[in-house]
Design a protein around this ligand. Structure first.
Ligand code: AN7
Length: 364
């Protein structure tokens, strides 16, 4: 078996990537060729301004998974899915994506020496994500359709042709993503009271719940969180109870009308006595701006749905609760939305290049 890591790698100190860090909890063997970009180990950052808005002496943290190697939580699942695909001898992988999965699949597949086919909804993938897929060297197929249609196509293609599907219907994706929950518990010393998370294809909420349950069973945590899932109001099939044919939201990452992990996500919500709640685009953008301008944390719009959701249901939060909101992707993924919706009226252009002109505008 070809090893991906060069021999000098094993002598390095520091974080080895999540497969090595959580090897005993993951379906890998000594034979598995580990394809890693040292993903995981992302910070859990206190967000006091958000906590203040909730009140009731709560503690609020964000799990900033936008700091993964390709800028989203997808890397957690992709390191494992690509390693297992390589172990099985795959030469090519395929995924449907609203953007982040395509960026992650492209990076890990290319690092593992495989072709990466990505099917995306034409015109609905944020600029940074498209840039990534192109530069990583993916074969990018933009369809005149939405994510749900793209997912149907890739399922069929992977059935009929020698390509491995790396959407979250691939069980290794969720196995890798559950490490997000491990890291939260490892940092806090126990599970939080609430885990607030954006929901699109419903893989991540399912994976976090798997992670908390596995850690609970092995005695790493004493309790389990309520799983609080938030969908964009224009793309809220789980909230409504039926698929949405034409999902629409500014949060293009979660513009999904028929989630693949629907039943598993509902099972997690029910077992944890959590909830699914819709948040409007305006609420998402409000939380997006608040995180950046009050906390210094730039996430993408879909990620801000977790904080928007917490603020929306803050009256249900128990006093003194400890809450974690998952920030799934980096803000630089979607520069168009940032510029369009910053509401920053202090951007002055066309200024004469003199100290006097600058000082005057500064108000001195
Ligand atoms: C930033 O990339 O579905 O509920 O194709 O990119 O596990 O789907 C992305 C989803 C939340 C929703 N936040 O997670 C894709 C894709 C961000 C995302 C979600 C996505 P799931």
């Amino acid at each position: 078996m070809t090893l991906i890591l060069p021999p000098y790698q094993s002598k390095l100190q520091g974080w080895p990537g999540l497969i090595e860090a959580y090897r005993s909890y993951l379906p890998v063997t000594e034979e598995t060729p580990v394809v890693t970009l040292q993903e995981g180990n992302t910070p859990l950052i206190p967000v006091p301004a958000i906590a203040n808005q909730v009140g009731r002496q709560v503690e609020v943290f964000v799990k900033y998974d936008g700091l993964n190697p390709t800028g989203s939580f997808k890397d957690r699942g992709m390191t494992l899915a690509i390693s297992k695909a390589k172990e099985a001898g795959a030469k090519a992988v395929i995924c449907a994506s609203t953007g982040n999965t395509s960026a992650s699949a492209a990076a890990y597949a290319r690092r593992g020496g495989m072709r990466a086919f990505v099917i995306i909804p034409d015109g609905y993938v944020a600029l940074g994500k498209l840039a990534q897929a192109l530069l990583y060297g993916a074969e990018v197929l933009a369809i005149k359709g939405n994510f749900d249609q793209a997912l149907e196509i890739v399922r069929d293609v992977a059935d009929k042709y020698p390509v491995t599907l790396v959407n979250s219907v691939n069980p290794y994706r969720l196995e890798g993503q559950k490490t997000g929950a491990f890291e939260v518990v490892d940092t806090l010393g126990d599970a939080p009271d609430w885990l607030c998370i954006p929901v699109g294809n419903a893989g991540n909420i399912t994976a976090y719940w798997m992670g908390f349950c596995q850690y609970h069973k092995t005695g790493k945590c004493d309790r389990l969180p309520k799983m609080m899932g938030f969908q964009a109001a224009g793309a809220a099939p789980i909230v409504q109870g039926y698929p949405v044919a034409n999902p629409e939201t500014v949060a293009s990452a979660i513009r999904i009308g028929n989630p693949a992990s629907w039943e598993k996500a509902v099972a997690a919500q029910e077992a944890s006595q959590g909830n699914f709640t819709p948040v409007t685009d305006e609420e998402i953008l409000e939380a997006y701006r608040l995180l950046a301008s009050s906390e210094g944390i730039f996430c993408e719009p879909a990620s801000a749905a977790s904080v928007a959701g917490l603020l929306k249901v803050k009256d249900q939060v128990p006093t003194g609760a400890r809450i974690v909101c998952v920030l799934t992707g980096h803000g630089l993924k979607d520069p168009d939305v940032a510029i369009k919706h910053s509401h920053n009226n202090q951007f002055c252009q066309g200024i004469e290049p003199t100290i006097e002109a600058v000082a005057k505008i500064m108000g001195f």
